[in-house]
Design a protein around this ligand. Structure first.
Ligand code: FPP
Length: 245
Protein backbone atom coordinates (compact mmCIF):
# COMPACT_ATOMS: atom_id res chain seq x y z
CA UNK A 1 0.00 0.00 0.00
CA UNK A 2 1.26 3.53 -0.88
CA UNK A 3 2.74 5.48 2.04
CA UNK A 4 1.08 8.79 2.74
CA UNK A 5 2.41 11.79 4.65
CA UNK A 6 0.11 12.36 7.65
CA UNK A 7 1.16 16.03 7.79
CA UNK A 8 0.03 16.80 4.23
CA UNK A 9 -3.44 15.30 4.16
CA UNK A 10 -6.17 16.93 2.08
CA UNK A 11 -8.61 18.50 4.52
CA UNK A 12 -11.58 17.82 2.26
CA UNK A 13 -11.90 14.94 -0.22
CA UNK A 14 -14.80 14.82 -2.70
CA UNK A 15 -15.57 11.67 -4.69
CA UNK A 16 -17.52 10.94 -7.86
CA UNK A 17 -18.28 7.25 -7.36
CA UNK A 18 -18.61 6.05 -10.94
CA UNK A 19 -18.64 2.58 -12.48
CA UNK A 20 -21.18 0.57 -10.49
CA UNK A 21 -23.14 -0.32 -13.63
CA UNK A 22 -20.06 -1.46 -15.57
CA UNK A 23 -18.84 -3.45 -12.58
CA UNK A 24 -22.19 -5.27 -12.50
CA UNK A 25 -22.07 -5.92 -16.24
CA UNK A 26 -18.55 -7.36 -15.99
CA UNK A 27 -19.73 -9.69 -13.23
CA UNK A 28 -22.87 -10.63 -15.15
CA UNK A 29 -25.13 -9.07 -12.52
CA UNK A 30 -27.92 -6.50 -12.63
CA UNK A 31 -27.01 -2.81 -12.18
CA UNK A 32 -28.63 -2.70 -8.75
CA UNK A 33 -26.17 -5.29 -7.44
CA UNK A 34 -23.39 -3.05 -8.71
CA UNK A 35 -24.75 -0.21 -6.58
CA UNK A 36 -25.04 -2.56 -3.62
CA UNK A 37 -21.38 -3.50 -4.02
CA UNK A 38 -20.64 0.24 -4.38
CA UNK A 39 -22.23 0.85 -0.98
CA UNK A 40 -19.59 -1.50 0.49
CA UNK A 41 -16.87 0.73 -0.96
CA UNK A 42 -18.63 3.68 0.68
CA UNK A 43 -18.34 1.96 4.06
CA UNK A 44 -14.64 1.17 3.56
CA UNK A 45 -13.76 4.65 2.31
CA UNK A 46 -15.66 6.42 5.11
CA UNK A 47 -13.96 4.28 7.76
CA UNK A 48 -10.52 4.77 6.22
CA UNK A 49 -10.89 8.53 5.85
CA UNK A 50 -11.93 8.78 9.47
CA UNK A 51 -9.01 6.62 10.60
CA UNK A 52 -6.31 8.55 8.76
CA UNK A 53 -7.63 11.95 9.83
CA UNK A 54 -9.55 13.44 6.89
CA UNK A 55 -11.83 16.21 8.20
CA UNK A 56 -14.43 16.37 5.39
CA UNK A 57 -15.55 13.72 2.90
CA UNK A 58 -18.19 14.57 0.28
CA UNK A 59 -19.70 11.72 -1.74
CA UNK A 60 -21.72 12.26 -4.93
CA UNK A 61 -24.33 9.62 -4.12
CA UNK A 62 -27.21 10.80 -6.33
CA UNK A 63 -27.15 13.54 -8.94
CA UNK A 64 -30.08 15.59 -10.23
CA UNK A 65 -29.51 13.83 -13.55
CA UNK A 66 -29.80 10.40 -11.90
CA UNK A 67 -33.59 10.98 -11.66
CA UNK A 68 -33.64 10.30 -15.41
CA UNK A 69 -32.56 6.67 -14.93
CA UNK A 70 -35.10 3.84 -15.20
CA UNK A 71 -37.64 4.07 -12.37
CA UNK A 72 -36.63 0.71 -10.88
CA UNK A 73 -32.98 1.79 -10.64
CA UNK A 74 -33.93 5.12 -9.01
CA UNK A 75 -36.10 3.24 -6.50
CA UNK A 76 -33.28 0.82 -5.73
CA UNK A 77 -30.77 3.63 -5.23
CA UNK A 78 -33.09 5.43 -2.82
CA UNK A 79 -33.72 2.17 -0.95
CA UNK A 80 -29.99 1.53 -0.71
CA UNK A 81 -29.49 4.99 0.68
CA UNK A 82 -32.20 4.48 3.26
CA UNK A 83 -30.63 1.14 4.29
CA UNK A 84 -27.24 2.79 4.53
CA UNK A 85 -28.62 5.48 6.84
CA UNK A 86 -30.39 2.92 9.03
CA UNK A 87 -27.43 0.54 9.21
CA UNK A 88 -24.64 3.10 9.59
CA UNK A 89 -26.12 5.58 12.07
CA UNK A 90 -24.68 3.71 15.06
CA UNK A 91 -21.30 3.37 13.34
CA UNK A 92 -21.29 7.13 12.73
CA UNK A 93 -21.91 7.67 16.45
CA UNK A 94 -19.17 5.18 17.42
CA UNK A 95 -16.72 6.80 14.99
CA UNK A 96 -17.65 10.37 15.99
CA UNK A 97 -18.73 11.16 12.40
CA UNK A 98 -21.15 13.98 11.67
CA UNK A 99 -23.52 13.47 8.74
CA UNK A 100 -24.44 16.37 6.50
CA UNK A 101 -26.21 16.48 3.13
CA UNK A 102 -26.33 18.88 0.19
CA UNK A 103 -28.74 19.02 -2.72
CA UNK A 104 -32.41 19.37 -3.42
CA UNK A 105 -33.17 17.16 -0.42
CA UNK A 106 -36.96 17.62 -0.36
CA UNK A 107 -37.22 15.81 -3.68
CA UNK A 108 -35.89 12.60 -2.10
CA UNK A 109 -39.29 11.71 -0.67
CA UNK A 110 -40.42 10.81 2.82
CA UNK A 111 -38.63 7.56 3.79
CA UNK A 112 -35.12 8.71 2.84
CA UNK A 113 -35.66 12.30 3.94
CA UNK A 114 -36.93 11.26 7.38
CA UNK A 115 -33.96 8.93 7.97
CA UNK A 116 -31.60 11.56 6.63
CA UNK A 117 -32.92 14.30 8.91
CA UNK A 118 -32.89 11.92 11.90
CA UNK A 119 -29.28 10.88 11.31
CA UNK A 120 -28.14 14.46 10.67
CA UNK A 121 -29.75 15.52 13.97
CA UNK A 122 -28.42 12.51 15.88
CA UNK A 123 -24.83 13.03 14.70
CA UNK A 124 -24.85 16.85 14.88
CA UNK A 125 -22.59 16.92 17.95
CA UNK A 126 -19.90 14.66 16.44
CA UNK A 127 -16.58 16.32 15.64
CA UNK A 128 -14.30 13.59 14.27
CA UNK A 129 -15.13 13.97 10.56
CA UNK A 130 -17.94 15.36 8.42
CA UNK A 131 -19.47 12.87 5.99
CA UNK A 132 -21.34 15.01 3.48
CA UNK A 133 -23.69 13.24 1.05
CA UNK A 134 -24.58 15.02 -2.19
CA UNK A 135 -28.15 13.85 -2.88
CA UNK A 136 -30.33 15.02 -5.72
CA UNK A 137 -27.44 17.42 -6.22
CA UNK A 138 -26.50 19.49 -9.26
CA UNK A 139 -23.85 22.22 -9.27
CA UNK A 140 -25.67 24.58 -11.64
CA UNK A 141 -28.89 24.04 -9.73
CA UNK A 142 -27.05 24.93 -6.50
CA UNK A 143 -25.72 28.17 -8.01
CA UNK A 144 -29.16 29.09 -9.45
CA UNK A 145 -30.80 28.40 -6.07
CA UNK A 146 -28.22 30.61 -4.35
CA UNK A 147 -28.82 33.41 -6.89
CA UNK A 148 -32.56 33.19 -6.44
CA UNK A 149 -32.23 33.38 -2.62
CA UNK A 150 -29.98 36.43 -3.05
CA UNK A 151 -32.60 38.11 -5.22
CA UNK A 152 -35.23 37.41 -2.52
CA UNK A 153 -32.97 38.99 0.10
CA UNK A 154 -32.29 41.97 -2.15
CA UNK A 155 -35.99 42.51 -2.78
CA UNK A 156 -36.58 42.31 0.98
CA UNK A 157 -33.99 45.07 1.37
CA UNK A 158 -31.58 42.84 3.31
CA UNK A 159 -28.66 43.10 0.87
CA UNK A 160 -27.17 45.65 -1.55
CA UNK A 161 -25.46 45.13 -4.92
CA UNK A 162 -22.08 45.95 -3.41
CA UNK A 163 -22.46 43.15 -0.83
CA UNK A 164 -22.19 40.50 -3.53
CA UNK A 165 -18.53 39.45 -3.33
CA UNK A 166 -17.35 35.89 -3.89
CA UNK A 167 -17.14 35.28 -0.13
CA UNK A 168 -20.72 36.51 0.18
CA UNK A 169 -21.94 34.20 -2.62
CA UNK A 170 -20.31 31.26 -0.86
CA UNK A 171 -22.62 31.80 2.12
CA UNK A 172 -25.67 31.10 -0.06
CA UNK A 173 -24.40 27.76 -1.34
CA UNK A 174 -25.39 24.38 0.13
CA UNK A 175 -21.77 24.04 1.22
CA UNK A 176 -21.62 27.28 3.24
CA UNK A 177 -20.42 25.34 6.30
CA UNK A 178 -17.69 23.42 4.46
CA UNK A 179 -14.24 24.32 3.10
CA UNK A 180 -13.69 23.79 -0.64
CA UNK A 181 -12.48 20.29 -1.58
CA UNK A 182 -8.70 19.91 -1.82
CA UNK A 183 -8.89 16.64 -3.74
CA UNK A 184 -11.52 15.30 -6.15
CA UNK A 185 -11.38 11.60 -6.93
CA UNK A 186 -13.36 10.21 -9.86
CA UNK A 187 -13.46 6.47 -10.40
CA UNK A 188 -14.66 4.62 -13.48
CA UNK A 189 -12.33 6.05 -16.12
CA UNK A 190 -14.30 9.13 -17.19
CA UNK A 191 -12.62 12.55 -17.23
CA UNK A 192 -15.38 15.00 -16.38
CA UNK A 193 -16.94 16.63 -13.33
CA UNK A 194 -20.58 15.95 -14.19
CA UNK A 195 -22.10 19.06 -12.58
CA UNK A 196 -20.45 18.35 -9.20
CA UNK A 197 -19.39 21.21 -6.87
CA UNK A 198 -18.80 23.59 -9.80
CA UNK A 199 -18.21 26.68 -7.69
CA UNK A 200 -16.25 24.89 -4.96
CA UNK A 201 -13.73 23.13 -7.22
CA UNK A 202 -12.02 26.25 -8.55
CA UNK A 203 -8.66 25.16 -7.05
CA UNK A 204 -9.27 21.48 -6.33
CA UNK A 205 -6.70 18.89 -7.45
CA UNK A 206 -8.29 16.23 -9.70
CA UNK A 207 -7.42 12.54 -9.54
CA UNK A 208 -8.93 10.17 -12.10
CA UNK A 209 -8.68 6.39 -11.95
CA UNK A 210 -9.97 3.60 -14.20
CA UNK A 211 -10.85 1.53 -11.13
CA UNK A 212 -14.61 1.00 -10.96
CA UNK A 213 -16.19 2.25 -7.74
CA UNK A 214 -17.11 -1.19 -6.32
CA UNK A 215 -13.41 -2.16 -6.63
CA UNK A 216 -12.17 1.06 -5.00
CA UNK A 217 -10.83 0.15 -1.57
CA UNK A 218 -8.22 1.35 0.94
CA UNK A 219 -5.11 0.89 -1.29
CA UNK A 220 -6.80 2.89 -4.07
CA UNK A 221 -7.63 5.70 -1.66
CA UNK A 222 -4.03 5.77 -0.38
CA UNK A 223 -2.77 5.93 -3.96
CA UNK A 224 -5.03 8.90 -4.69
CA UNK A 225 -3.90 10.73 -1.55
CA UNK A 226 -0.22 9.96 -2.30
CA UNK A 227 -0.75 11.37 -5.81
CA UNK A 228 -2.30 14.52 -4.34
CA UNK A 229 0.65 14.93 -1.99
CA UNK A 230 3.01 15.13 -4.96
CA UNK A 231 1.15 18.05 -6.51
CA UNK A 232 2.23 21.63 -6.03
CA UNK A 233 -0.78 23.81 -5.31
CA UNK A 234 0.07 27.27 -6.55
CA UNK A 235 -3.34 29.00 -6.46
CA UNK A 236 -2.23 31.21 -9.37
CA UNK A 237 1.22 32.02 -7.96
CA UNK A 238 4.64 30.88 -9.25
CA UNK A 239 6.67 28.01 -7.73
CA UNK A 240 9.30 30.49 -6.65
CA UNK A 241 6.78 32.61 -4.76
CA UNK A 242 5.59 29.49 -2.94
CA UNK A 243 9.16 28.56 -1.93
CA UNK A 244 9.60 31.99 -0.36
CA UNK A 245 6.43 31.72 1.82
C1 FPP B 1 -22.42 5.75 -10.67
O1 FPP B 1 -22.29 4.47 -11.25
C2 FPP B 1 -22.96 5.68 -9.33
C3 FPP B 1 -24.18 6.16 -8.95
C4 FPP B 1 -25.10 6.79 -9.89
C5 FPP B 1 -24.68 6.03 -7.58
C6 FPP B 1 -23.67 5.99 -6.49
C7 FPP B 1 -24.25 5.19 -5.41
C8 FPP B 1 -23.58 4.33 -4.61
C9 FPP B 1 -22.12 4.18 -4.64
C10 FPP B 1 -24.27 3.45 -3.62
C11 FPP B 1 -25.14 4.10 -2.63
C12 FPP B 1 -24.54 5.24 -1.90
C13 FPP B 1 -24.48 5.35 -0.56
C14 FPP B 1 -23.98 6.60 0.05
C15 FPP B 1 -24.87 4.25 0.33
P1 FPP B 1 -23.01 4.21 -12.64
O2 FPP B 1 -24.28 3.47 -12.35
O3 FPP B 1 -23.16 5.47 -13.40
O4 FPP B 1 -21.97 3.26 -13.32
P2 FPP B 1 -21.72 3.11 -14.89
O5 FPP B 1 -21.16 4.41 -15.39
O6 FPP B 1 -20.71 2.00 -14.95
O7 FPP B 1 -23.03 2.74 -15.51
Amino acid sequence: MKEIDPDKLPQHIAIIMDGNGRWAERHAMGRVLGHRKGAESVRVVVRTCRRIGISFLTLYAFSMENWLRPKAEVRALLKLLEEYLVNEAQEMMDQNIRLMAIGNLDSLGAPVLTKLRETIARTAGNGGMVLNLALSYGGRDEIATAASRMVDDALAGKIKTADVTKEFCQRYLYTSALPDPDLLIRTGGEYRISNFLLWQMAYTEFYFTDTLWPDFREPDLMEAIAGYQQRERRFGRTSEQLRRT
